[in-house]
Design a protein around this ligand. Sequence first.
Ligand SMILES: Nc1ncnc2c1ncn2[C@@H]1O[C@H](COP(=O)(O)OP(=O)(O)OP(=O)(O)O)[C@@H](O)[C@H]1O
Length: 257
Amino acid sequence: MSDAGAAPALRVDGLHKAFGEHVAANRVSLTVQPGSFYGLVGPNGAGKTTTLSMAVGLQRPDAGRSLVFGVDVWRDPLAAKRLMGVLPDGLALPERLTGRELLTYLGTLSGLDPATVERRASELLDVMELSGSAERTLVIDYSTGMRKKIGLASALLHGPRLLVLDEPFEAVDPVSAATLKNILRRFVAGGGAVLLSSHVMALVEQLCDTVAVMAGGVVAAEGPLDEVRGGRTLEEAFVELVGADVSGGEGLSWLGS
Ligand SMILES: Nc1ncnc2c1ncn2[C@@H]1O[C@H](COP(=O)(O)OP(=O)(O)OP(=O)(O)O)[C@@H](O)[C@H]1O
């Protein structure tokens, strides 16, 4: 293992993935520093999920590598996984468990002692507002927002130093979103690094210090938020960078007639 103290929290280097003729991620390189809140934005189909899933070791790249605090995700997956917490897109959770049972199961699997698992599970369930009556609910009966919250609790349970979160705020109500934002800010203030993808520019502007804009499988811009915005809103910069046609649906004459 290399010196984890000196290395970036995440270094993605030339990650490439094609599905048949279609290149979903084209030699993508990104660097997330410790203590950084990093936002990955891009239109639908830009390659964000493909990039994140390769970066964390869930999808094997055709080329390139991913290092978590200097540890190669594909060469040393166990060491890399100890350092990161992941909230994948379309998270598949064991569903016939309650939230507490799920955390207990995952905490035990990750090698934590039972007392630590119980203490952390209780704290996480409280903070995520999944204690009380929600504790008796099976994950299969959770709403989408509750799934995101238990997914984030699962990602935090083993005390990672890097969080990689694919659309963590999707379908989360505003009160829960405020709670999640506070948890993530605290995590970053404590020296952790967060990489998240989102479609919500306002949220990325509010939370992130560094952003990357992806379009058509390539990184169109990466850098400090203010640099990428260049005096505009992130949304304006985004539209310009991805060359989007922001038409108002002029063809839809039957709408509103
Ligand atoms: N397993 C797969 N098989 C075939 N094509 C795929 C597969 N996964 C992704 N793609 C294609 O790769 C491209 C990038 O998809 P990806 O899900 O990475 O984009 P995204 O930026 O996360 O999009 P969204 O914001 O809509 O979630 C899309 O054109 C998608 O159809």
